[in-house]
Design a protein around this ligand. Structure first.
Ligand code: NAD
Length: 471
């Protein structure tokens, strides 16, 4: 049993003033593995006050000084990749197929931002004006459970690069991962108060951060419904707000696709992070004339996606994070059946041989209309919908007929055609033929997938205010 009873304020691990606790579980076994003591509003105030005190000195550090800090953070996090991986496997159930990429990628956020900073000009001349990019002030980061370590490092690295201090409220379900990460970050020996981490409930610590007048900016990753509430709360004091929210990504197979390469890539993109991913390509769009062949190959391929606990290196799909999330996924599978979709793979219940743990079956629905709720709502589990289309026009129209617009996927062989189609997709990112993540490119959503962009120079500018000095 792990007891997490400290939060991180003003460069020290301190006991929260809040006395409420929450239980922590291993989703692969359903066993209780620990308890976290949660911060309260007073703890949030203390963290904000520490970040506010640190801001005047930190905001005037030089680029070179901040690059050194980012590199120290990188080294400190890189030194404990295996501990971070272990924590993410234990508390979240992340399979090695995910952590092999996600954990080193989380550490490399600091190096990516150091690179951005090296090339970024905080001063430019436009006509008669000298334009200065100034740190926005004290920021608050609020993060979800599905890639806790990576969201914290990417938001923290950007705040540091900008010269902003920050208070971070991670998901209350990720306390073990947060503790290991906080120990790493502490080792980097940054000035006191530059970053502060407060475990706590969204309605308590999260709400306080979004309303407090000393917070100038919120960077939030999480659900669209909470994003909406944060936007409302932030309005009173006109906070700058970056929201990274849900998705229902189209995963488009074009009629010239090489199916040998495409079928595994389509499923990898659809089931990434056990389907608990905002960027998952959960709507698989297939040319009508190819429907039966593609479906047969998807069915065959999905059988090779092993489900289980993260200790097994061959596992590709881990458990759902909690009983609540497992039940949510089950309810969507039932809903798909009620809506008249047909099961091509998977279905209700746990996979054979897995009696315990919040494991869902990798599921493919066919006979899906894009108006069905399973095609419109984010399920956040390994549940995919196959939707037929007649021609490229119809594929684009179905792809864009959604409230979301975070990440879309195109699979084909004609590069010029895919580039032209990508231009027409209402999506913050379009990934062609399973291309790898690009940390320097902007990331964020159209429509209800969010507001603003993270990563690279776009992400940095979201932590800066432009000031024009005209003479
Ligand atoms: P969530 O929205 O329930 O919670 C996210 C965070 O917000 C948690 O730390 C929570 O405590 C906090 N929170 C809850 N209520 C709050 C309030 N009223 N005020 C302030 N903070 C509050 O999301 P989740 O269940 O943790 O994560 C899953 C969701 O996150 C999915 O919808 C997924 O699409 C989204 N997500 C988006 C991205 C992206 O980059 N676009 C990435 C990952 C996850």
């Amino acid at each position: 049993m792990r007891t997490i009873d400290k939060i991180y304020i003003d460069g020290e691990f301190v006991t929260p003033k809040g006395a409420e606790t929450a239980d922590l579980y291993n989703p692969s076994t359903e066993e209780k593995i620990g308890r976290v003591r949660l911060g309260n509003r007073e703890d949030a105030h203390d963290a904000i006050a520490a970040a506010k005190r640190a801001f005047p000195a930190f905001s005037t550090t030089t680029k070179a000084e901040r690059i050194v800090m980012l590199k120290r953070l990188y080294s400190a996090v890189s030194a404990r990749l295996s501990d971070l991986t272990e924590a993410m496997a234990l508390e979240y159930g992340a399979p090695q197929a995910f952590t092999r990429f996600a954990i080193p990628n989380a550490a490399s956020s600091f190096l990516s931002m150091a690179k951005v900073l090296e090339e970024y000009d905080f001063e430019r001349f436009l006509g008669r004006a000298r334009v200065v990019m100034q740190p926005v002030g004290v920021a608050a980061a609020i993060t979800p459970w599905n890639s806790n370590i990576g969201f914290i490092t990417s938001k923290l690295s950007t705040a540091i690069a900008a010269g902003s201090t920050i208070v971070i409220k991670p998901s209350e379900m990720s306390a073990i991962q947060t503790q290991v990460l906080a120990e790493c970050l502490h080792e980097a020996d940054l000035p006191k108060g530059v970053f502060n981490i407060v475990n706590g409930l969204g309605q308590v610590v999260g709400a306080e951060l979004t309303q407090h007048p000393d917070i100038a900016k919120i960077t939030f990753t999480g659900s669209t419904s909470v994003g909406r509430e944060i936007l409302r709360n932030a309005a009173d004091s006109f906070k700058r707000v970056t929201l990274e929210l849900g998705g229902k990504g189209p995963n488009i197979i074009l009629n010239d696709a090489d199916l040998d390469k495409t079928i595994p890539a389509v499923l990898r993109m659809g089931l990434i992070n056990s389907g608990q991913a905002c960027i998952a390509g959960t709507r698989i769009l297939v040319p009508n004339h190819w429907h039966d062949e593609v479906l047969a190959r998807l069915k065959q391929e999905i059988e090779t996606f092993k489900v289980g606990a993260p200790g097994d290196p061959d596992v590709v799909i881990g458990p759902m994070v909690s009983r609540k999330q497992y039940e949510r996924v089950q309810s969507y599978i039932q809903l798909g059946l009620q809506e008249g979709a047909a099961l091509a793979a998977g279905g209700p219940g746990r996979p054979d041989g897995l009696g315990r743990g919040w494991f869902a079956k990798p599921t493919i629905f066919t006979n899906v209309g894009n108006q069905m709720r399973i095609a419109r709502e984010e399920i956040f589990g390994p549940v995919l919908s196959v939707i037929g289309y007649h021609d490229d026009e119809e594929a684009i129209s179905i792809a864009n007929d959604t409230l979301y617009g975070l990440q879309a996927y195109l699979h084909g062989t004609d590069t010029a055609r895919m580039q032209a189609l990508a231009d027409r997709l209402d999506s913050g990112r379009v990934v062609i033929n399973g291309a790898p993540h690009e940390p320097l490119a902007p990331f964020g959503g159209f429509k209800q997938s969010g507001i603003g962009r993270e990563y690279g120079a776009f992400g940095l500018e979201a932590f800066l205010e432009a000031k024009a000095i005209i003479s």
